[in-house]
Design a protein around this ligand. Structure first.
Ligand code: SF4
Length: 279
C-alpha cells in the first residue's frame, strides 16, 4: 500500500490524527510556570523558517493530512507568522495556538487579514479571574486576553479557548464557563487541557505522566526533528526531551510520516488515554 493510502487509512480509522503540527518557534513573551517548552523571552528561538513551514504544509496535503496546527513558544511573536498562516491556510485548514497577548497595534491589523480564511485561533485562558490566572501566566495576561478575544471574533476569526488546569472547583468551573460565554465563545469551543509532566511542569513536579502509548499520535515537526506528538518536543533544564523523537530528519516529510505510520503497528492499545489530542 502506498504511503498516502496508509496515512488516509490511519486517519480514517482514528489510529492517528490528520493534523500535522509545526513548532514555529520556542521563544515567548511570557514565562508560564507549567510551560512544556520552557519558553521565555530569552530561550533559543529555534524558528522554523517560513519557507520550510509552507513546504511542509504543501507536502502534508500531498500525503493525505487533513489539517495543520501551529504552536510554539508564542507563534505570533514571529514577524512573518501572519504571512505564513495566509499561505498555509490556502493548502489545509489551520489552527494556531497562542497566548493571545500580542494582538494590539500593527500586529492586530495584520491578524485582521485572517478573517474569512480557514483559520482558527486557540487562546489560553486558565482561570475565571485575573488573580488566579495571572499567578500562573504572568501579570496582565487575563486583561489582555479578554480584550483580544472579542476583537478577533469581530474580524470573523473563529476563536477557541483552552484552559490548562490541574484541578478546579465546581464554582471555578461555572465561573469559567460564564466567562467563556461572555466573550462570545461557544461552549463546544472551550477545551480543558491537563498539565503533563514534561518541560517546566515536570521539573516543578506538576502534571500527569504521558508515555507514548498514552498519547494520541500527531506528527509534529520542529527545527530539531519529527516527534510522535506535540507533547514530544519539550525542553527540561535547557535540554530537548528525546523520548518521543521519531527522527531528526524532517525533510522530506514523507520520511517521518512513514516512521510514524510504521510505529502505529506496534503501539499498544490504549493510545490516546491521556488526551484525545493536543487541542
Ligand atoms: S505556556 Fe505558552 S504562553 Fe506560557 S510561556 Fe509557554 S509558550 Fe509561552
Amino acid at each position: 500500500m502506498q504511503l498516502r493510502e496508509r496515512i488516509e487509512k490511519a486517519i480514517g480509522t482514528g489510529a492517528m490524527s490528520g493534523r500535522l503540527w509545526l513548532y514555529s518557534n520556542y521563544h515567548c513573551n511570557l514565562t508560564c510556570h507549567y510551560c512544556l517548552t520552557e519558553s521565555s523571552p530569552t530561550v533559543p528561538k529555534r524558528i522554523l523558517p517560513k519557507e520550510r513551514m509552507t513546504a511542509l504544509a504543501a507536502e502534508a496535503k500531498e500525503l493525505g493530512f487533513t489539517g495543520i496546527g501551529i504552536t510554539g513558544g508564542e507563534p505570533f511573536i514571529v514577524p512573518w507568522l501572519v504571512d505564513a498562516i495566509e499561505e498555509i491556510s490556502g493548502e489545509l485548514p489551520l489552527t494556531v495556538l497562542t497566548n493571545g497577548t500580542l494582538f494590539m497595534g500593527k500586529r492586530l491589523e495584520e491578524v485582521a487579514r485572517l478573517g474569512g480564511r480557514d483559520v482558527r485561533v486557540q487562546i489560553s485562558l486558565d482561570r475565571p479571574n485575573p488573580i488566579d490566572n495571572d499567578a500562573m501566566r504572568g501579570p496582565h495576561n487575563f486583561a489582555k486576553v479578554v480584550e483580544a478575544i472579542p476583537k478577533l471574533i469581530e474580524y470573523g476569526i473563529p476563536v477557541r479557548i483552552a484552559s490548562t488546569i490541574d484541578s478546579q472547583t465546581e464554582h471555578e468551573k461555572s465561573a469559567l464557563e460564564d466567562l467563556v460565554a461572555s466573550l462570545g465563545v461557544a461552549k463546544e469551543d472551550h477545551v480543558l487541557r491537563i498539565i503533563v509532566d514534561r518541560g517546566l511542569a515536570g521539573a516543578e513536579g506538576m502534571g500527569v505522566r504521558a508515555p507514548l502509548e498514552q498519547l494520541s499520535p500527531e506528527l509534529t515537526i520542529t527545527t530539531t526533528g519529527a516527534f510522535y506528538s506535540p507533547y514530544g518536543p519539550t525542553y527540561q533544564d535547557g535540554k530537548l526531551q528525546k523520548d518521543l523523537l521519531l527522527t531528526q530528519k524532517t525533510n522530506p516529510l514523507r520520511h517521518s510520516a512513514q516512521i510514524l505510520v510504521d510505529l502505529l503497528q506496534t503501539v499498544p492499545r490504549g493510545a490516546g488515554d491521556i488526551a484525545e489530542g493536543f487541542i
